[in-house]
Ligand binder design. Structure first.
Ligand SMILES: CC(C)(COP(=O)(O)OP(=O)(O)OC[C@H]1O[C@@H](n2cnc3c(N)ncnc32)[C@H](O)[C@@H]1OP(=O)(O)O)[C@@H](O)C(=O)NCCC(=O)NCCS
Length: 388
């Protein structure tokens, strides 16, 4: 929007659409060709050949590790997986009827009280903080979920990857290698996505010179919103609300066409085409379809029918296609993960991207401080309280 005033022309970029706030070497999103690169590496290749741990290294150091460096990195992750007793105490105390993202915000904030070295920190400190935090996330997410159901939290296992630990610590089960691979792929795909809302929130806090954990807490707060990370939880709720493929057409007409509800898991600020991450989820779902039980098959078919109806609706004319949250919700459901953990898993993965941007931004820091164009009243007379 452009506003003309006598002395100046003001441009207002609502929602900061198309505004660049920094130079970055971390992530290239080619939204026209549908390609994403992390530090120059094609995400399509990383999703198929790499692991979340390796991508975490890449995002923290700007390059892939040698075998020895990677081994040391994995050792550090394994050595950091256990929770401090004080953190477990805080987890026990958070109310059980709140959303897990809000509980996560509190727990991570408390971890900052134990770990933070304050506002002065280096890139090496960011690496230390991130390893410690990401390594503990499976125990935090699994622990909260189990405690809320009156079960004891489980001990993390050093013989398992972060993805396998997540599955184990939430459900208490050891999963098939294909399932672990599916979740690992999802962690890779969620790890980084440019200057999205939660990354920007984290960077805004970092730009003031504040401490690392305050930035991460800001990122978690932003990701909790339904227009951002919470969309994966919302997408699953939507599939369950519809209930059966035979209800899809009626539901779509009533809710999306008539009541103008937003279709959750559809639309993206950057893409007017398919989200480039979607194909990896779809391939996994297709390859593993044979293994779905009856209940899973019903939800899967409901989601596929909804996809088909939406793709033949007014939405595609507007450039609104499914985003990765639509598909990750389906993958997590197939893995029999409870919906409480969907957005927390996204948060765990994205700590990689937040940390990477925090470290990069601080290397050439400038306080982020935009303006709001004032359109309110002027020169109003103050009337004392007892005369009003
Ligand atoms: C992600 C999202 C916030 C991007 O929004 P945006 O870039 O600000 O786009 P806008 O909100 O300006 O939407 C543009 C138009 O498309 C419509 N639209 C966008 N997403 C829509 C959706 N999921 N369902 C129905 N209509 C949608 C808007 O109503 C608007 O219509 P209008 O021009 O007639 O007013 C939006 O697509 C959305 O709310 N999606 C659902 C939540 C979601 O899945 N979020 C995860 C994103 S990765």
């Amino acid at each position: 929007m452009n506003i003309y005033m006598a002395e100046e022309r003001v441009s207002i970029y609502r929602g900061l659409k198309n505004v660049y706030v920094a130079e970055s070497k971390i992530c290239l999103i080619d939204h026209e060709r549908g390609k994403i690169y992390y530090y120059g590496y094609d995400l399509d290749e990383l999703a198929q050949k790499s692991s979340y741990e390796e991508v975490l290294y890449l995002l923290l150091h700007g390059r892939l590790p040698t075998r020895r460096e990677f081994q040391e990195f994995l050792d550090r992750i394994r050595g950091s997986m256990r929770l401090d007793p004080e953190v477990l105490e805080v987890m026990k105390r958070v109310p059980k009827d709140i959303d897990m993202m809000e509980a996560l915000r509190t727990v991570v904030s408390y971890m900052g009280n134990l770990r933070s070295r304050g506002p002065e920190y280096t890139r090496e400190d960011v690496v230390d903080y991130t390893i410690d935090l990401v390594a503990k996330m499976p125990s935090i997410i699994g622990g909260l979920y189990r405690m809320w159901r009156g079960e004891e939290p489980l001990e993390p296992r050093e013989d398992l990857s972060l993805a396998a630990n997540l599955l184990y610590l939430i459900t208490g089960r050891e999963y098939d290698e294909r399932d672990v691979r599916g979740l690992d792929m999802s962690l890779i795909l969620y790890a980084e996505h440019g200057m999205n809302a939660s990354t920007f929130a984290a960077v805004v806090v970092a730009s003031t010179g504040s401490d690392y954990y305050s930035s991460i807490v800001a990122g978690i707060g932003a990701l909790r919103g339904p227009l951002h990370g919470y969309a994966n939880t919302g997408a699953l709720e939507q599939f369950l609300e519809i209930g059966d493929p035979s209800n899809v057409e009626r539901w779509f007409k009533e809710n999306i066409e008539s009541r103008k509800r937003r279709l959750i898991g559809f639309g993206h600020r950057l893409y007017r085409i398919h989200d480039p991450r979607a194909k990896h989820y779809r391939r996994w779902l297709e390859e593993n379809r044979e293994r779905f039980d009856e209940e899973t098959r019903r939800v899967y078919e409901t989601a596929m029918k909804l996809y088909e109806v939406a793709m033949n609706s007014f939405l595609t004319e507007k450039g609104i296609y499914p985003n990765c949250d639509y598909w990750s919700a389906l993958l997590y459901y197939v893995l029999k993960l409870p919906k409480e953990v969907y957005t927390p898993i996204f948060a765990m993965s994205r700590i990689a991207g937040w940390s990477s941007h925090i470290a990069e931004y601080r290397e050439d820091n400038i306080l982020i401080r935009p303006k709001a164009y004032y359109i309110g009243e002027r020169d109003k007379k103050y009337v004392p309280l007892d005369e009003r």
